[in-house]
Design a protein around this ligand. Structure first.
Ligand SMILES: [Ca+2]
Length: 219
């Protein structure tokens, strides 16, 4: 099982639509359909759902990019789109929550808390409803616990019938120079054994060696 056949789309341990959206995008942009997923989404969906999918597709770097100049501005825009007005500007919520990186959003959440004297989640609960509320809360939750989320993603990738190579490589390479040690600690808690032990057991050959090198030894 590999990413390319869509196996990373299974199981929703937590909500991270970006990799799935990208896999889907690659798959659908291909030969069979000969058309652009963004256009397909626009013609097949509508309203908030369309907006969420299109925004997620446009998100280039879902993890790391922080635009410092935009942090306060985003927090103010969210406040102005919800608490400050009668009714809610849902599109503004969707645009900010679905296009900014996780790291950027963590800083926006902090600024928002200072500005509004309540958490963004509380505002989402009072300003939005139904499936939009669920989607916005899930995105917020994922961003607040990125280490745990990533550890879960690795765990899911290592389990099951086969090892989900694409996801494993993507996650371990992308985090190896950032916060992989912290992720490894979360991993040990949820999996009950270390990441390097799991890699030793579930992978083989050069691939195993490469992952172990990136992952480092257990401390
Ligand atoms: Ca309001």
């Amino acid at each position: 099982q590999r990413d390319e056949d869509g196996s990373s789309v299974r199981g929703a341990l937590s909500f991270d639509p970006t990799p799935d959206a990208q896999v889907l995008y690659k798959a659908m942009k291909g030969l069979e359909y000969g058309s652009n997923l963004e256009e397909d989404i626009k013609s097949d969906t509508s309203g908030y759902f369309e907006r969420i999918l299109v925004c997620l597709l446009q998100r280039d770097d879902p993890r790391c990019y922080v635009d410092s100049a935009m942090v306060l501005q985003d927090a103010q825009a969210l406040y102005a789109a919800g608490e400050k007005i009668r009714g809610t500007d849902e599109i503004q919520f969707i645009t900010i929550l679905c296009t900014r990186s996780a790291t950027h959003l963590l800083r926006v959440f902090d600024e928002y808390q200072k500005l509004a004297s309540k958490s963004l989640e509380d505002s989402i609960r009072s300003e939005t409803h139904g499936s939009l509320e669920d989607a916005m809360l899930a995105i917020g939750k994922e961003h607040r616990t990125p280490l745990l989320f990533t550890a879960k993603l690795i765990n899911v990738s290592l389990q099951g019938a086969g090892t989900c190579d694409g996801t494993l490589i993507r996650v371990i390479v992308s985090r190896s120079e950032i916060d992989l040690n912290l992720i490894k600690a979360e991993f040990l808690k949820i999996a009950g054994k270390s990441l390097s032990t799991m890699i030793l057991e579930d992978t083989s050959g050069d691939y195993k060696t490469a992952l172990l090198n990136l992952c480092g030894s257990d401390k």
